[in-house]
Design a protein around this ligand. Structure first.
Ligand code: FES
Ligand code: FES
Length: 157
């Protein structure tokens, strides 16, 4: 076991991890942050997306030891007004069915909206190209982000 210290959702955490443990397993099994979903474990589905120093990563491929001293945000920590607006928009657009993919999408979209508050459809689809949803067909999720982008655009003008 080795010691890991990192800021997780704004809280300083100290935990014991195995040398090769993934960030996904550390979050889910040691901190019980199970909103980070386990899908493929191969970096293909995006269900495990979290932010490390504001950048989205696949937590199933990211070594837990690599977040030493860094800032991690999971779906549980994304509860400010912009994140709530996005989640409401996804629900309103019918972008949640089984919901398994939803946390990964929300985390990825928040990262996008922080960089581009009013992204166009091409930017949204590019940002979400690593996230798989087997239920919705994606259009509803894209519509939700476009609705948020439109609202953000209105606020800027
Ligand atoms: S579980 Fe990490 S990308 Fe699928
Ligand atoms: S809502 Fe079921 S996988 Fe996306």
């Amino acid at each position: 076991m080795t010691k890991l210290t990192a800021t997780i959702n704004g809280r300083q955490e100290r935990l014991d991890i195995e040398p090769l443990e993934t960030l996904m397993d550390a979050l889910r099994n040691r901190l019980h942050l199970t909103g980070t979903k386990e899908g493929c474990r191969e970096g293909e589905c995006g269900a495990c997306t979290v932010l490390v120093d504001c950048k989205p990563v696949n937590a199933c491929l990211f070594a837990a030891s690599a977040v030493e001293g860094r800032r991690v945000e999971t779906i549980e920590g994304l509860n400010d007004a912009p994140a709530k607006r996005l989640q409401d928009a996804i629900v309103a657009a019918g972008g949640v069915q089984c919901g398994y993919c939803t946390p990964g999408f929300v985390v990825m979209i928040i990262a996008l909206l922080r960089r581009h508050p009013a992204p166009d459809e091409a930017l949204i689809r590019e940002a979400l190209s690593g996230n798989i949803c087997r239920c919705t067909g994606y259009a509803q999720i894209v519509d939700a982000v476009l609705a948020v982008a439109k609202a953000n655009n209105g606020q800027q003008s």
